[in-house]
Design a protein around this ligand. Sequence first.
Ligand SMILES: Cc1cc2nc3c(=O)[nH]c(=O)nc-3n(C[C@H](O)[C@H](O)[C@H](O)COP(=O)(O)OP(=O)(O)OC[C@H]3O[C@@H](n4cnc5c(N)ncnc54)[C@H](O)[C@@H]3O)c2cc1C
Length: 722
Amino acid sequence: MNVNVIGGGPGGLYASLLLKKSNPDWDITLYERDPADNTYGWGIVFSDSTLSALREADYRTHQQITDRFIEWDPIDVHYDGEYIRCGGHRFAGMMRADLKDILRDRCDEVGVEMHFETDVDDPNALAAESELLVGADGARSITRETFSERFKPRITEGNAKFAWFGTAKPFDVFTFIFRENEDGLWRIHAYPGRKSTFIVECTEETWRNAGLDEKSEDDGLAYLEDLFADHLNGYDLESKLYGWRNFPIVKNRTWHHDDENVVLLGDAAHTAHFSIGSGTKMAMEDAIALYEGFEEHPEDEKAAIRWYEKERRPAVEALQKASRHSRRYFETVERYTNLEPQQFVFNMLTRSGRITYDELGIRDREYVDEFDRWYARRTNGTEAERAVATPPMHQPLSLRDVTVPNRAAFSPTPSSDATDGVPSERQLRRLSDLGSEGVGLVMTEPVSVSSIGRITPGTPGLYGEEHGDAWASAVEQTRKASDRTTLGIELVHAGQRGATKPRAYGLDRPLPDDDAWDLLSASATPYTSSSQIPKAMDADDMKRVRERFAYAVQLADQAGFDLLQLHFGHGYLLSSFLSPRTNERDDEYGGSLENRLRYPLDVFDAVRAVWPDEKPVSVKLPATDWAPDGYDLTDAFAAGARLEEHGCDLLTVVAGQTTANDRPKFDPDVLGNYCEQIRNEVNVPAMSTNYLTTSDDVNTQVGGATADLCQWYPEHVDVNSL
Ligand SMILES: Cc1cc2nc3c(=O)[nH]c(=O)nc-3n(C[C@H](O)[C@H](O)[C@H](O)COP(=O)(O)OP(=O)(O)OC[C@H]3O[C@@H](n4cnc5c(N)ncnc54)[C@H](O)[C@@H]3O)c2cc1C
């Protein structure tokens, strides 16, 4: 078989070697535009020092590679004048040039024909004369571009600027340095090697402030050497191809083109941010899967390349997800500079979602014990001297004068068996049953502030004395079940999503006309095409609804609730003002975010005025509409900040459902990620809502400042069937 490979990086070399080794009669030719001994970059890190797949694939190169390894396991973080070490991470590193030398020599040995200083400018022509063409030509792949109709690439760029340097200054472990000067915050990723690698990363603004867009190479290096003089100890920074880049994010709809027998491999197919140290290993594992595809399907190239992609995609996508989180973290580190060093570091270590609190404990018990002691000291001033302090999940949270004894919260989904707003026995019993589970906060399901604010006829309410009495008895029962659990009530006005059938009949199915009531919303647009057209609220409606909220809040206080939550999301009444998709008003309540927030904030102020000062108010705030031209995360940051100014104590972060035709992201971590971004951008306590099931999840989120409270759904409690 005649195989041509474009690109002599780790991916192209390793694929050529493995294909040739297992098929000695194949003609394998590799083209590389650079000279054989030329390589950009410095050291590379492998986050798994065993590289067992490489050992299986080619023992000889595995041995040579691992012989060159410098291994270490701690990560050091220098931040805000403090230095924190966390061990147990098992890294191995080597020079990129050494790796390429090993692979190139072995390719030579097995008989791969290699042409250096040969730039392929017409992959189409090469494909025509190949039985298999491998595009291993890196992030700016010409192969991918040539067959873009087929591969359907999506290429974007990260926001940060980075440059890759070397230095003779020995770094003995992975070292992250965060340093602020008058130009901005700088991040350094430095690691050991025959020569140490020193990657400098910063925002575009910082880069321009420092004049690096205009400085010559010498001046640029001098600036950095001066800034990091205390870490470089007089050693120079060295550069190859001095230049600042934005990280290219490469994804393709597919990596194989079975009409032409072309495959993409390594960075040409997918990139992973350098902060997770996986790009080289991913390229080499692609090469392994490609050769295994031909082992599986020796007589059928098309089946072999299909097998390759099927085999690799899940692992690559998982790493790309971790890479996305890690890249976003480094691009927005400024957001986390309010955190104290201990939490800053914990947040950094858990940033990609691959390492949790328990995992850190396995890697470095001492680090986690010290973190727990610090966390306990910070939250309640105790346990600092003990060998083992209670983990973050079990530390109390103070919101005004209310102390939530631990960080787990139960929040059941809406049910539908109230009568005229009077909660059923079952709805009331839910609170005491959940309270006896020992969580810190038990929330009610959404409770309507008026009869026309109900979601379904069976939605419980709080708009009359009879409702107040019922909730008061539930609070009393719950206190009997647990004298520590705090109790919160969530108030809602369903607005455009009211007058629907119970959930069991499907979401947003309107009631028959005879049973329905008239709906209110920001604008006269129905929620779904079959929903009732609501009335666009006028000034009288706004006043009435505001008063309804205030009255419900008085009743909630009398009933004995500790915390109040207002629902600003999921397409209900206040959400209909917030989202530009449902707010079409041209008065002072529509248009800009400031205007769209006006009415929800009026309601908030009215509520805050009657709810006792010593008790906290939370807002269930949407992070995004998940819809084009909708409210997005930037709006959520602004809305959160305004709420904080108005005295909001907690943001409970939700997403979507603000319009019926949203496009939700089905990712178990997405709500946690939104929560983390909003919490740290706005700097206000937050509750996450992403269905955590284990104490490890809660400890990771609370320890890492993703959330201060977490809605919790442990497997043994079926919250919604209670
Ligand atoms: C700053 C930085 C730090 C990194 N650190 C790490 C790390 O610690 N660990 C890690 O695993 N990964 C790291 N990576 C990622 C890693 O470098 C890449 O993922 C890896 O090199 C991908 O290998 P590849 O063979 O797919 O592509 P490349 O290594 O990019 O090789 C592609 C080759 O194709 C050649 N080429 C391109 N076009 C043509 C053409 N038309 N004709 C002929 N030849 C062509 C190029 O010259 C190049 O040699 C880092 C990347 C960066 C930018």
